[in-house]
Design a protein around this ligand. Structure first.
Ligand SMILES: [Fe+2]
Length: 285
């Protein structure tokens, strides 16, 4: 067992995700002008859905108190980003990107960190010497929906071959398997990294308690996270998956789409090549 296995806890990764969210975003600014009528509508409908569930299933005081204790624990464990991103964000993403013509997106999840090291258009993702995992050579390009090449940026972050993210599990160098790749006018990029492992979301905190109590599993299929941007175009946030992963069909975060499954080609030296690019929608005026 590695140091990471021994010391990665829900409280540690949850606290990191909560702190990161506070640090990177000012979520209230974007909704400052929301009319009272919309807040009233959304709040009332969510509460009404809860009330309906209580009536329909005759929820007891013991169950209500267990829920109250559990909700308090989600906060204490810093797991609100994890809970929301795993069980809610995929529907928000669907609604937000329904009109897009270009590449499909997926959820961002709680483990993104901005300002990863810039590597240029043809480089290795930052990694440790002898980083474990099948080496991947990924070639692709950024274009507009009509195929015009775009100078842009691919930010890439993913778990290691043990399923852990730098900055959320201890004992991993700060920017390990996190990098930013900026293309020239031809839009082309060439990235060398390793294939990440499937992982379970943390199971020792409040989210794990729900998973165990409901008899669910905690697995996410192996995936690469990307944020792709180019001037004048909508940012694309996606996750890319590997064929044959048993959890592509029952991802706990419901974030897999058929268009996001890669087709790696095995090479004689044991590595794999990937050919996958991104078509970005123009920014709406
Ligand atoms: Fe992930």
């Amino acid at each position: 067992m590695s140091t990471t296995d021994e010391t990665a806890t829900a409280a540690a990764s949850g606290a990191a995700a909560t702190e990161r969210f506070h640090h990177d975003k000012s979520p209230y600014d974007a909704v400052r002008d929301t009319p009272k009528e919309r807040v009233d509508l959304l709040a009332r409908e969510v509460l009404s859905a809860i009330h309906d569930t209580i009536r329909r299933h005759q929820v007891t005081y013991d169950e209500y108190n267990a829920l109250k204790a559990w909700l308090i624990q989600v906060g204490e464990d810093g797991e609100w980003p994890l809970f929301l991103d795993v069980w809610v964000e995929h529907v928000v993403e669907d609604v937000a990107t329904a009109d897009r013509q270009g590449s499909k997106g997926s959820i961002e999840g709680p483990y993104y960190v901005p300002n990863a090291p810039e590597r240029g258009a043809d480089a290795d993702l930052p990694m440790r010497d002898g980083e474990a995992g099948t080496p991947l050579l990924w070639e692709g390009s950024i274009t507009s929906v009509d195929g015009t090449p775009l100078a842009g940026t691919v930010e890439l972050w993913h778990a290691d071959a043990d399923g852990y993210y730098s900055q959320f599990a201890p004992g991993i160098p700060e920017w390990n398997l996190r990098g930013s790749f900026t293309t020239g006018p031809d839009g082309k990029f060439r990235i060398r990294t390793i294939q990440p492992a499937p992982y379970q979301i943390p199971t020792d905190g409040a989210c794990g308690k729900l998973i165990a109590a409901a008899g669910w599993h905690a697995w996410r299929p192996a995936h690469l996270h990307v944020k792709v941007s180019a001037p004048g175009h909508q940012e694309l946030i996606a996750q890319l998956y590997f064929p044959g992963d048993p959890h592509n069909d029952d991802d706990i975060a419901n974030a897999v789409k058929p268009e996001l499954i890669l087709a790696p080609v095995g090479q004689d030296d044991g590595s794999a090549r990937i050919d996958y690019g991104f078509a970005l929608d123009r920014q709406e005026d």
